[in-house]
Write a protein that binds this ligand. Structure first.
Ligand code: AMP
Ligand code: ZN
Length: 113
């Protein structure tokens, strides 16, 4: 846990967030600046700055499995959705606690911007 990390503080319930699902390992909450009708951010409770520092397959795998669960809860599983992990500057990562974006509820273009 990092004391001054925004997402650690959300995981600890120190900062309010619209939490949609959580378990002992991960927390899923609505993005404050949604880029799609459904935009949920999924984080590990453990503080890992980015995918570059990740070394535990289970922790990273749980992010995807929680995304699939939330997609089912939001009625997106059949029509589809996108999961994204931004890493460092070229990908425009802004919060340095690794997270997976779940985006859905509209058709998306490819390649992404
Ligand atoms: P990234 O650019 O991949 O680092 O994504 C960080 C995301 O966190 C952005 O989509 C922000 O809108 C979102 N975000 C930042 N602060 C909050 C917050 N307090 N609650 C929910 N989402 C947030
Ligand atoms: Zn953190």
């Amino acid at each position: 846990m990092a004391d001054d990390c925004l997402f650690c503080r959300i995981a600890r319930d120190e900062i309010p967030a619209k939490i949609v699902a959580s378990d002992e390992h991960v927390v899923a909450f609505r993005d404050i600046n949604p880029q799609a009708p459904t935009h949920v951010v999924i984080i590990p409770r453990a503080h890992i700055p980015s995918l570059n520092e990740a070394d535990d397959a289970a922790t990273i795998g749980r992010l995807s499995l929680m995304a699939a669960k939330v997609a089912r809860m939001e009625g997106l599983a059949e029509r589809g959705y996108r999961t994204v992990v931004n890493t460092n500057a070229d990908a425009a990562q802004t919060v340095f606690h690794v997270h997976l974006h779940l985006l859905g509820g509209r058709a998306m273009g490819w390649p992404p911007g």
